[in-house]
Write a protein that binds this ligand. Structure first.
Ligand SMILES: [Zn+2]
Ligand SMILES: [Zn+2]
Length: 413
């Protein structure tokens, strides 16, 4: 007999950020993700109930950010890939540093971070493992960032939890494949929005850099340290520019090279990184200011070396800032796009550089979400991780029963 499966979003149901969802299965209490929304102030999900098992799809802080807190209260088992564990550990340490810098008390200690690292039960793409008496879980690549997973629970019903996923092949990763299931938990970051074609996007991006370099400027590319920086290094590989690389992305790149199974081609990544100058000193930073391209964190320009470069280049109309990720409201990159200004640690200043946005997103776009859901052929779909879920309810209602639960609401599917 099946009375349905009870779930609850502790956060991240109706928005992108601080994702966490509990799911009751065969008497077990499972948790998917325990994230945070970095910001001023940072936002956290509701406290979790006692758990049997936690699942983590990937390292981004909106999914992994509060995992150490779970481990500060009780012994936990966290199922994820080894690569995600390593990357999360790096991001957790960084988020404590940022919290302290911005005057917020960190929600957990470095000891909790260590505890979280030891709580991981590492799994691999393509594997299956039993959970409880009558259920097993299979691990599929999510194509989102290296190490990212989708979880398939196989019991009396088949359940797929996507986390963040991308179906398009990128330079760094192959896209995710659909998984046939009864209940589909579908992220909806890009519901209502389509992406440009990848090859056209890359061409426009490279053309713009050519133009900036041609007029004697520097192209500054603020990029997320995890995955986006490496994707862009691959895009830039054959363009022949003098590229300099700064920020946490350097460390992440070296980690990626140790996990070739999570990459489309470790050889291509190695070749791309070999063509780039890694910056290790102030001398390197000076040289970079006279180069063609500076690739650096942070992606939304709220900190990191990008601000020191912009401080030097802000009055140069020949230079350009090429944004490659989404600009969340309240971030410095959003301020730059909307008002042509940047906040340099409390002082807002005008920026004369050209500003352009290129959509190198690692999420499925609107039509891709629909085709993916269709191919999974579910009876029920639960939409989460999006602030515009409504945009996709109608097309999906044609194929399944669609749920859009609120944060905190207990619901049954
Ligand atoms: Zn993500
Ligand atoms: Zn996410």
């Amino acid at each position: 007999m099946n009375n349905g499966i009870t779930c609850r979003f502790l956060g991240g149901g109706e928005e992108v950020g601080k994702l966490a969802m509990t799911l009751d299965l065969d008497g077990m209490k499972l948790l998917f993700e325990y994230g945070m929304l970095p910001g001023k102030p940072p936002l956290y999900p509701l406290p979790p109930p006692p758990l049997d098992l936690a699942f983590l799809t990937h390292a981004h802080l909106d999914h992994s950010g509060m995992i150490p807190l779970l481990c500060s209260h009780a012994d936990q088992t966290i199922i994820t890939t080894k690569l995600t564990a390593v990357l999360s550990n790096l991001l957790h340490k960084d988020s404590i540093k940022i919290a302290k810098m911005e005057g917020y008390s960190p929600p957990y200690s470095t000891r909790d971070i260590k505890e979280a690292e030891h709580s991981v039960l590492p799994v691999d793409i393509g594997q299956k493992r039993p959970i409880g008496d009558d259920c097993e879980v299979a691990f599929h690549s999510a194509g989102h960032i290296p190490g990212s997973l989708m979880f398939e629970l196989i019991g009396s019903k088949k359940i797929l939890f996507t986390g963040d996923f991308n179906v398009a092949d990128t330079r760094l990763l192959y896209g995710a494949k659909s998984v046939s299931c009864d209940i589909l938990f579908l992220e909806t970051t890009y519901a209502g929005r389509e992406h440009p074609k990848r090859n056209e996007l890359e061409k426009a991006f490279l053309d713009k850099i050519e133009e900036v370099v041609g007029r004697g400027g520097v192209a500054v590319i603020p990029a997320f340290a995890v995955s986006r920086s490496q994707e862009l290094a691959l895009v830039l590989r054959k363009a022949g520019h003098n590229v300099w690389f700064d920020g946490m992305g350097r460390k992440v790149s070296k980690i990626f090279l140790k996990y070739p199974r999570h990459l489309r081609s470790v050889e291509n990544l190695r070749k791309a990184l070999n063509k780039i100058n890694f910056i290790h000193s102030d001398h390197g930073r000076k040289l970079a200011l006279n180069s063609d391209v500076i690739l650096t964190s942070s992606g939304m320009m709220d900190g990191g070396p990008v601000l020191s470069y912009m401080n030097k280049l802000k009055d140069d109309p020949k230079s350009a800032v090429l944004l490659t990720g989404y600009q969340v409201e309240g971030t410095n990159s959003r301020l730059l796009v909307e008002k042509g200004q940047l906040d340099f640690y409390g002082v807002k200043e005008k920026v004369s550089c050209e500003v352009q946005y290129f959509d190198f997103s690692a999420h499925a776009g609107h039509s891709e979400l629909i085709s993916f859901a269709k191919a999974c052929n579910p009876e029920k779909i639960v939409l989460f991780h999006g602030d515009n879920r409504e945009a996709i309810v109608e097309p999906l209602s044609a194929i399944a029963e669609v749920h859009t639960p609120c944060n905190g609401e207990v619901f049954t599917v």
